[in-house]
Design a binder for this molecule. Structure first.
Ligand code: C5J
Length: 223
């Protein structure tokens, strides 16, 4: 079976070598997605993120079926918050801050129920889980080494939120030489305008830092 496929993407087609492509799933955590969680306490409409779950679960199934490297990330901090800069911790006037008790344990603290990935997308034991203190998945993590060890050069980027951790990770990856396809129906923002413009920004100017394509265009290429 050929490992090279042509994906119909924006701003134009991209050749993917499936042997050198990984699926990265950014921060599909209960704290961001579940009603009552941190995201909702910040005033956000979590239903905007929940729309991502079904298409992303389908893409994850297809990636697993072809043995693609799957990487999950979780944004969060050590229980003593020593890896959370004051500039992040003290920002704004939220009703709850990182580390405070929330509906699903201490907010965005590693090991807490809310910090973990939603049941529908739970990682397999064989999959990589990257814990990251920042918005980008490369900062202060082992992601570069994981990608190098697996000879990955291309990424299918999914998860939440489009304009924050998905963008930051895609920009970081692009600067490191990876070709990134942001999967348009498998990324989500609490803000519909940010979702639309966030996707447009990636593919504008000839694909200034990546490509975009829906999972429905990718899945048939994996079968
Ligand atoms: C945010 C994220 N939005 N995963 N985190 O704070 O995008």
């Amino acid at each position: 079976m050929p490992t090279t496929v042509i994906l119909d993407a924006l701003p134009g087609p991209i050749e993917l070598d499936l042997d050198q492509t990984a699926l990265i799933i950014i921060d599909m955590q209960r704290d961001f997605l579940l009603p009552g969680g941190f995201g909702e306490t910040l005033g956000n409409d979590v239903s905007q993120l929940q729309r991502v779950v079904e298409p992303l679960a389908a893409l994850l199934d297809a990636a697993r079926a072809v043995g693609m490297l799957v990487i999950h990330t979780r944004e969060g901090h050590l229980p003593d918050l020593s890896d959370c800069p004051p500039a992040k911790l003290n920002r704004g006037q939220p009703s709850k801050r990182i580390g405070d008790p929330g509906a699903f344990g201490r907010i965005l603290i590693r090991g807490e129920y809310g910090h973990d990935i939603i049941d529908e997308l739970a990682p397999l034991d064989t999959e990589v889980v990257i814990d990251k203190p920042g918005k980008g998945a490369f900062y202060a993590t082992e992601l570069s080494k994981v990608l190098a060890d697996n000879e990955i050069t291309q990424l299918l980027v999914t998860g939440v939120t489009t304009e924050v951790c998905v963008h930051t990770t895609t920009r970081e990856a692009n600067d490191r030489g990876f070709e990134c396809v942001v999967v348009s129906d498998c990324v989500g923002s609490y803000f519909p305008d940010f979702q639309r413009v966030g996707l447009e920004m990636i593919a504008a100017q000839g694909g200034i830092f990546g490509w975009t394509a829906p999972g429905t265009a990718i899945i048939p290429l994996l079968n």
